[in-house]
Design a protein around this ligand. Structure first.
Ligand code: NAG
Ligand code: NAG
Length: 402
């Protein structure tokens, strides 16, 4: 359970009210001369503890309410994800849906970029994971740059990319890692070994207890980390189970008998959760984002699958796509989550559950406009649903005492 909420903003407002009025001009002067970028936190709809933001429905917003939070000129948008610039027919229309959590009176507030920067002043926030976490990172950067353009672009602590918002001293970085753990090509040694004696000739060596170099330093650098992994564990085209299987190693030795990827994922998660708990300072915040669903119809990505929807899926369609019983093309979303939830149970990680809300959004992938030979029904248009993931992130961080 998350700790009980307390609102620093509410305290500040109360104090502000009892300050004698005569002091106001002086305070204003001090305020103007000392720190122009230090206004009190604007009041905002507080996210409520009682609300479960992961369950709900997408409702149509009026055009006025659904103004884009940033536009296609944000430079951090990877080319293939820029659905508006690339002319995706519903590139603008897909923004007109708002996530409505199911509890009575529950609303997921939109991330307020100014408030976010103010609240996280002097904080380092890192995304660690595959390209879907980069997608979420890019969304956050675009939102924040809209209100605070003075940035330093750099690569902190081994990051693939990162920005410091200079007026607030907030750093947001992306650390690229496919499996979280270290892996590389493996081929049979002429001197033999336990894998060789089982007939393995080549594959990928995956060290389940060694974090990928790209994020080792992230643990001591960042105050908030958002992890993900999943797609690469279920990527037979990359890690063909016959031609190039994942071969798991622990303490430098092959795990024998060899494990299938789902069991390897369990081991890797167990080790990485332990590693992060040791490596991060106390009072840091660890979040694990659940699996991002894909929406391939009529075949997988390399079988001509596509996602030509103009609206979110209906409830029945979501079940058809993702229910484990149906074992459809995109079934890995819920499968991966089973492994994540099991591994995170009883840990100090918070779960950022974006799967359900995203399952509906078959309309929000780059599709044929992704600039690849095949349709992209895996990444998300920007602006798009990962903006809502960041709303959830902001709401989750609001409930943490700092
Ligand atoms: C900026 O934030 C970092 C990370 O919290 C901190 O170490 C550093 O002292 C801050 N710099 C300033 C000038 O406040
Ligand atoms: C699910 O489908 C895949 C491929 O279509 C198949 O290889 C696998 O055996 C199926 N799994 C179950 C539990 O039916």
């Amino acid at each position: 359970m998350p700790p009980p909420a307390r609102s620093p903003a509410a305290g500040a407002r109360r104090r502000a009210l009892i300050i004698p009025l005569m002091l106001l001009p002086l305070l204003l002067l001090l305020h103007l001369t000392s720190s122009p970028s230090h206004p009190p936190l604007p009041p905002t709809r507080k996210p409520s503890q009682a609300c479960d933001y992961s369950a709900g429905e997408w409702v149509r917003d009026s055009p006025a309410e659904s103004s884009p939070r940033y536009d296609h000129t944000c430079k951090e948008i990877f080319k293939g994800w820029n659905c508006i610039a690339n002319g995706k027919a519903n590139g603008r229309d897909l923004l007109r849906w708002r996530w409505k959590p199911s509890g009575t009176g529950c609303e997921l507030p939109r991330l307020d970029p100014r408030r976010f920067l103010e609240r996280h002043r002097n904080t380092n926030i890192g995304f660690v994971g595959d390209s879907l976490n980069r997608n979420m990172f890019a969304s956050l950067i675009c939102m924040l740059r809209g209100v605070s353009g003075e940035v330093r672009k750099w690569r902190p602590a081994g990051a693939d990319r990162g920005f410091t918002f200079l007026r607030y001293n907030v750093t947001v970085a992306y650390h690229r890692t496919n499996l979280l753990v270290r892996y590389g090509r493996w081929s049979a040694s002429p001197n033999g070994g336990s894998l060789e004696s089982l007939g393995y000739k080549q594959g990928y060596r995956v060290d389940v207890d060694i974090p990928d170099q790209t994020w080792v330093e992230a643990c001591s650098f960042h105050d908030v980390l958002i992890f993900n992994t999943g797609h690469w564990w279920w990527a037979p085209s990359k890690f063909d189970p016959i031609k190039s299987p994942l071969l798991f190693f622990e303490k430098g030795e092959p795990v024998v008998p060899p494990l299938l990827p789902p069991a390897g994922l369990d081991l890797a998660l167990e080790h990485m959760i332990t590693f992060v708990n040791k490596a991060m300072r106390p009072n840091t915040i660890k979040l694990f984002r659940t699996q991002s669903p894909r929406h391939f119809e009529g075949g997988d990505w390399n079988e001509g699958g596509s996602c030509q929807r103009n609206q979110p899926l209906l409830l029945e369609e979501v079940e058809e796509f993702f229910s484990l019983d149906n074992n459809g093309t995109n079934v890995e979303a819920r499968l991966v989550n089973q492994h994540l939830i099991k591994a995170l149970e009883g840990s100090t990680f918070r779960v950022l559950d974006i799967t359900r809300m995203s399952e509906f959004r078959a309309d929000a992938h780059p599709s044929t406009t992704g600039g690849k030979k095949h349709d992209d029904c895996m990444h998300w248009c920007l602006p798009g649903p990962t903006d809502t993931w960041n709303d959830l992130l902001a709401a989750s961080l609001e409930t943490v005492e700092r």
